[in-house]
Design a protein around this ligand. Structure first.
Ligand SMILES: [Zn+2]
Length: 369
């Protein structure tokens, strides 16, 4: 077997690609890889995530559901600073990497059972799952908070997903989405191991686009943790396969309001705000279920964590737009964190740096002036 799906805590194997929690202890599942990354197995003429199809062994060739995600531009911003434009994925965010792998892995199983998928997200993940379900000819039901509105919610509905509004806070929305119902298969992006696994394609791409060199630092925004866990896993796989020699320094970037990982990583206590009102409105996980796992992985790879203030985020957002990069404010958090570390001399302009710009600014609800 080239892979196993195992519990991140007790190690028990899970028999089904449809499982999203350990059957014994209910903790998150992870995909474990039992093969090396080999550059010779890349499909050089495929400019999507699926140029790495060989490295996602649980997906059958015939099952691939793609909208052309991945192989996003890596653009030079200054001498040693590069932006990875994840905002240019088909639905406007990096989430498409996870969704293409998730749905490619299990849409046939759901169809065979005559079922439909459910997800809880009124944001980029909801839009991404709705789009790929539409592409796969699969029914999707997206659970959202009752007061939701805005461009991302419109996007979910345009893709034709069924929407269920739930009152009583974010955790109630997740409960409803997971609640057992005949034919319903929960594919929540935060918990589902295949979604997270799809994000390792980002690490492969960065290294390949750099001609098999490793950047010294990678900055990325962190909320629920799928991006950081996927990216760390991809780089670790490359190191373990001797495709690269060292890990880059992974820098987790959070907002002051939503910074549970930063606080845990720095051994500080964290009190979340009663209500998150940050301009970085995609970063909302004040109590992420994957926090233990994120902290552990970030320690193992000797990463770092930075917290940024509202004014720093807004000014980073405007600065990026002023240079032609209209990203969502949540993506500007990574650039704000980079600038903060530059100012504090925790990094320098000599270090080769990649900043992941996770989502498009075309979905923002902000108004100019
Ligand atoms: Zn377990």
């Amino acid at each position: 077997m080239r892979y196993k799906i195992k519990c991140s805590v007790c190690g028990q194997s899970s028999p089904s690609l449809l499982d999203f929690r350990c059957p014994s202890c209910d903790e998150p599942l992870c995909v474990r890889l039992h093969f090396d990354f080999e550059a010779s197995k890349i499909r050089k003429s495929d400019f999507t995530v699926w140029r790495y199809a060989e490295f996602f062994p649980y997906v059958e060739e015939m099952g691939i559901v793609t909208l052309g995600e991945g192989w996003t531009p890596l653009v030079k911003f200054s001498d040693n600073t590069f932006f990875k434009l994840e905002s240019l994925n088909p639905t406007g965010s990096f989430k498409d990497r996870g969704t293409t792998v998730l749905l490619s892995g299990l849409h046939e199983l759901v169809k065979e059972a005559g079922g439909f998928i459910s997800e809880d997200s009124s944001g980029n993940a909801g839009a991404s799952v709705a789009a790929y379900a539409a592409c796969a000819g699969l029914r999707a039901r997206i659970y959202v908070p009752e007061d939701v509105s805005g461009p991302k919610f419109n996007q979910i509905q345009f893709y034709g997903a069924e929407v269920v509004k739930v009152s009583g806070g974010r955790s109630r929305v997740a409960e409803e989405a997971q609640k057992g119902e005949k034919g319903k298969f929960y594919v929540g992006h935060i918990l589902h191991p295949l979604f997270r696994d799809g994000l390792r394609s980002l690490a492969y791409e960065v290294v390949e686009q750099f001609g098999w060199h490793v950047p010294e630092r990678v900055y990325l925004p962190v909320s629920a943790g799928t991006l950081i866990l996927g990216v760390i896993k991809g780089f670790k796989h490359l190191v373990a396969s001797n495709a690269i020699e060292t890990m880059p320094k992974i820098v987790a970037c959070q907002t002051r309001q939503v910074s549970p990982l930063y606080h845990r990583f720095k051994n500080l206590s964290y009190t979340p705000p009663v209500k998150v009102v940050s301009v970085a409105d995609a970063l909302v996980s004040v109590n992420p279920p994957l926090l233990d796992l994120m902290d552990k992985r970030l320690m193992e790879v000797d990463g770092d964590a930075v917290v940024v203030e509202e004014d720093e985020i807004f000014s980073a957002f405007k600065e990026l737009a002023g240079k032609g990069f209209l990203v969502e404010p949540s993506s500007a958090v990574a650039y704000a964190a980079y600038k903060k570390q530059l100012k504090n001399k925790e990094t320098s302009k000599d270090e080769k740096t990649v900043i992941i710009l996770t989502g498009t600014g075309l979905k923002t609800t902000l108004k100019p002036n």
